[in-house]
Design a protein around this ligand. Structure first.
Ligand SMILES: *Cc1c(COP(=O)(O)O)cnc(C)c1O
Length: 423
């Protein structure tokens, strides 16, 4: 029987045998013992399931991987050292030198750098599109060396909501893998596989862990892309000489996840640690409850700020006049998440003064954990840019990014109110 998301959060991923610990033990061991050479050989040949070295797989990490795979409705998942390592591994699993990635430009800064600066050094090109552009314009970027289309459900930090139907149709038409970074929506608010995505990736450092305790990432294989016989994905259809001639496309399931683990996780070692997997697994227990509260708090705060005379504009898809409100009603009907941004009337100094006046809400370079926090890009992450460059980057100097936590909404509103009074 398929359980609801709330139930999977607390019951998924780990099912102890009689007498075993109720929650996954932290298996803090690099290696595993076997009493026969054959047993180990079968593991190396992927003929049997089991663990031999924690650079490839570990029981605690596997419990977290299974929980996220169940929540997303995928067939397999890979726990990674961070969100960025997850995105790097998925790109390298699909792409070789000479290939390209067609990607939304409204994505996390780290992913933007990866696709625009770092991967091009190794011959993998990032081709950027405006996610609001018409399909024809996006399709022009696709050629026979395009290996994936990359997007975010709710973009960080622009808070644009993805038009899944539009991108899924393009990906299907061209037979290209459709990848969605679902970090800010989480599988509680949106399940990208139900809308045509083939691979989902997360920075679990955000809502999945939820407590700002553990860095991590996870790649989920939807198992819904046919690599077999697809000429675009030749490396899935020829024997992998580095893995005893295995042909990934011939596997009965999870061709992508198997190639990713067997080749890229093996060769880069960018896997999640057992300790971080344990914390992330535990964080997911309360994910459904937290996302409900993050979303309702953010909706309350957005409505309050939208009416405030000292506020210029507010972006959150819960607002009826938001550009992405209709898309959010379709794809995020149970809540739009805790991230919002707004502009303070006045110049850069007004925004900085407001930030300093906040007492409960802290200034941090993090988002999406239980505590409310703010960031002023113009005086921190983007401080090297001029006023004009800031406008071009979509982060005007008066923009404040607010990640709404799960405190009582009255206390969050009171803190905003007293800080706004001081400017
Ligand atoms: C934070 C973030 C990442 C990067 O994750 P790390 O765990 O910090 O490496 C990727 N995508 C999105 C949407 C993020 O918010």
């Amino acid at each position: 029987m398929a359980y609801k998301q709330d139930t999977i959060c607390v019951q998924g991923g780990y099912h102890p045998q009689s007498g075993e610990s109720r929650i996954p033990p932290i298996v803090q061991s690099t290696t595993f013992y076997y009493d026969s050479t054959q047993a180990m050989a079968d593991l190396f040949d992927l003929k049997a399931n089991g663990y031999f070295y924690s650079r490839l797989a570990n029981p605690t990490v596997a419990a977290f991987e299974r929980k996220v795979a169940e929540l997303e409705g995928g067939v397999a998942a890979i726990g990674c050292a961070s969100g960025m390592s997850a995105i790097t591994l998925l790109a390298l699993t699909l792409c070789d030198a000479g290939d390209n990635i067609v990607t939304s430009s409204a994505i996390y800064g780290g992913s933007y750098n990866l696709f625009s600066v770092t991967l091009p050094k190794y011959g993998i090109e990032g081709r950027f599109f405006d996610p609001d552009a018409p399909s024809e314009e996006i399709e022009k970027l696709i050629d026979d060396r395009t290996k994936l289309i990359f997007t975010e459900t709710v973009a960080n930090p622009s808070i644009k909501v993805l038009d899944f139907d539009k991108i899924a149709a393009i990906a299907k038409k061209h037979g290209v893998v459709f990848v969605v970074d679902n970090t800010l929506a989480t599988p509680i608010l949106c399940r990208p596989f139900e809308w045509g995505a083939n691979i989902v990736v997360h920075s679990s450092s955000k809502y999945l862990d939820g407590h700002a305790a553990a860095l991590g990432g996870v790649i989920v294989d939807g198992g819904n892309f046919v690599f077999k016989g697809n000429q675009r994905y030749l490396t899935f259809n020829v024997p992998d000489e580095s893995y005893h001639g295995l042909v990934y496309a011939d596997l009965p399931a999870a061709a992508f996840a198997t190639k990713c683990r067997a080749q890229l996780v093996r060769d880069t070692g960018a896997i999640m640690s057992p300790q971080n997997a344990f914390l992330s697994w535990l964080g997911c227990d309360t994910l459904a409850l937290r996302m409900e509260r993050h979303s309702s708090n953010a909706k309350t705060v957005a409505a309050y700020l939208a009416k405030h005379p000292k506020i210029d504009w507010v972006l959150h898809a819960s607002l009826p006049d938001n550009q992405y409100h209709a898309l959010a009603e379709k794809y995020l009907p149970n809540g739009q998440g805790g991230m919002l941004s707004f502009g303070i009337k006045g110049d850069v100094n007004k925004a900085a003064k407001f930030m300093e006046a906040l007492k409960l809400i802290t200034q941090e370079t993090h988002v999406a954990d239980v505590r409310s926090c703010v960031l002023h890009p113009a005086s921190t992450t983007h401080r090297q840019l001029t006023k004009e460059e800031l406008e071009q980057a979509g982060v005007p100097e008066n923009l404040v990014r607010l990640s709404v936590g799960i405190e009582h909404p009255d206390d969050i509103l009171a803190d905003l109110e007293q800080a706004l009074k001081q400017i």
